[in-house]
Design a protein around this ligand. Structure first.
Ligand code: 5GP
Ligand code: MN
Length: 319
C-alpha cells in the first residue's frame, strides 16, 4: 500500500526520530514504540523512545530496550512517530512536533498527525507495524518480534477478542519464526503477579453492582483500597475484564478514584459500542474497550447514575 511506502520514505530521510505512545502505556503502546527501536538504530538513526509516564509498568520490563524509554524530550527531532495513541492530548506533549506520523488502530483516532495510518480492524498497533515492515521488505530482528508479539497478546486478551483473525495468527506465527518464544512471553506477562494486586481484586470484587437485568456491571476502586493493599495503578488494569466475564454481563464499567478525577474503564462483550459512550465523556477507545477521565466535582454515585442511563440505552438498543 502506498502509505506504507510513504511512511518508510519519511523514516529513511529523517535523522533524529522520536517514537512516542500514549500516557499510562499498555503492552501495545510500549511494544509498538520499542519494536521500531532496533531497526531504526541499525539504519543509523538517532532514536528517542519517549513516554511521559513515570514509572513505567514493570510487568513490561522484559521488553527488549525497555530501559531506553525516557521521559526527557530530545533537543532535536526531525520526525515523530506516535503509536497506539488515539488523540494528541494523550501523548503528554505540550507542543505539536514539526512532523508527526500517527500510527494507530483506535476507531476513535482524531487524525492529529501529518500522516495518519489508522487501521481500526487491526488487533494491535504492532500488527500495523508488522504490515509496514513487510510492505517495505524489512528484516525483523528477534527484539522487534518480541515487542510485536507481546503487543498482540496484550491487546487481544491472549487471542480471545473479535479482532483476532487469520492475519493476526499469521503475524504471530511470523514473530515466532523471527525468534519469539511464546512460553517465555506468557511467563513474563502472566506468571509474575503481585500479591498486592490479588488483595486489591478481593476488595474491588466486593463492590460489584449489577443492573439492567445483569447486562451491566459496575466495579469500584477507591484510593483507600489502593492504600490498604499497597496496590499500584497498573494493578487495576484487568479488573474490568474479569467483571465483563460474568455470564450475563454485556458492559462492565470500572470506576477508579484518580488524582485528576474519576477514571472510567468500559468493556463490552458481544454488541454494545462503549467507544461511543467514552467519547461522550471526553475519552475514547475501541468498540469493546474504552475509557475516559471525568474531571471535577464527581463521586462514584453521581458518575454511576449518569452512566446508567447511557449504558442501559446501549444494552437495550442492541438485542
Ligand atoms: P482502559 O480502560 O484500559 O484505560 O482503556 C481502554 C481503551 O480505551 C484503550 O484503548 C485506551 O487507549 C482507551 N482510553 C482509555 N482512557 C482513555 C481516554 O481518557 N481518552 C482516550 N481517547 N482513550 C482512552
Ligand atoms: Mn492498542
Amino acid at each position: 500500500m502506498e502509505i506504507y511506502k510513504q511512511i518508510w520514505d519519511k523514516i529513511e530521510k529523517a535523522e533524529n526520530i522520536m517514537l512516542i505512545a500514549h500516557i499510562n502505556p499498555d503492552g501495545d503502546a510500549l511494544g509498538s514504540s520499542l519494536s521500531l527501536y532496533p531497526i531504526l538504530k541499525k539504519m543509523g538513526k538517532k532514536v528517542t523512545v519517549f513516554n511521559a509516564t513515570k514509572p513505567l509498568p514493570d510487568y513490561l520490563d522484559f521488553l527488549p530496550n525497555f530501559n531506553k524509554v525516557t521521559d526527557k524530550l530530545p533537543k532535536k527531532i526531525d520526525l515523530t512517530i506516535s503509536l497506539d495513541c488515539g488523540s494528541f492530548d494523550r501523548l503528554g506533549l505540550d507542543e505539536k512536533p514539526s512532523f508527526l506520523i500517527n500510527i494507530d488502530h483506535h476507531v476513535s483516532n482524531t487524525n492529529y498527525g501529518d500522516i495518519n495510518l489508522i487501521e481500526p480492524n487491526h488487533a494491535s498497533t504492532s500488527q500495523v507495524i508488522y504490515d509496514i515492515l513487510k510492505a517495505n521488505n524489512i528484516e525483523i530482528p528477534t527484539d522487534t518480534a518480541v515487542c510485536i508479539y507481546t503487543a498482540l497478546i496484550t491487546d487481544t486478551g491472549s487471542f480471545q477478542y473479535e479482532s483476532v483473525n487469520d492475519k493476526v495468527f499469521e503475524c504471530a506465527a511470523e514473530m515466532v519464526r523471527c525468534g519469539v518464544k511464546p512460553d517465555y512471553v506468557a511467563k513474563m506477562l502472566f506468571q509474575r503477579d503481585r500479591l498486592s494486586r490479588l488483595r486489591l481484586l478481593a476488595k474491588a470484587y466486593e463492590t460489584i453492582e449489577m443492573c439492567c437485568d445483569g447486562k451491566v456491571a459496575f466495579v469500584e476502586v477507591t484510593k483507600e483500597m489502593m492504600e490498604i493493599t499497597g496496590a499500584i495503578k497498573e494493578d487495576t488494569d484487568t479488573i474490568v475484564n474479569s467483571v465483563r466475564a460474568i455470564a450475563p454481563v454485556e458492559i462492565a464499567c470500572m470506576l477508579r478514584e484518580d488524582d485528576e478525577g474519576i477514571k472510567i474503564s468500559l468493556r463490552s462483550k458481544n454488541y454494545a459500542d462503549v467507544s461511543k459512550i467514552a467519547v461522550k465523556y471526553g475519552g475514547g477507545g475501541h468498540i469493546r474497550a474504552a475509557g475516559a477521565t471525568l474531571k471535577g466535582e464527581f463521586n462514584f454515585e453521581k458518575v454511576k447514575n449518569m452512566l446508567k442511563e447511557d449504558l442501559a440505552k446501549e444494552v437495550k438498543n442492541n438485542k
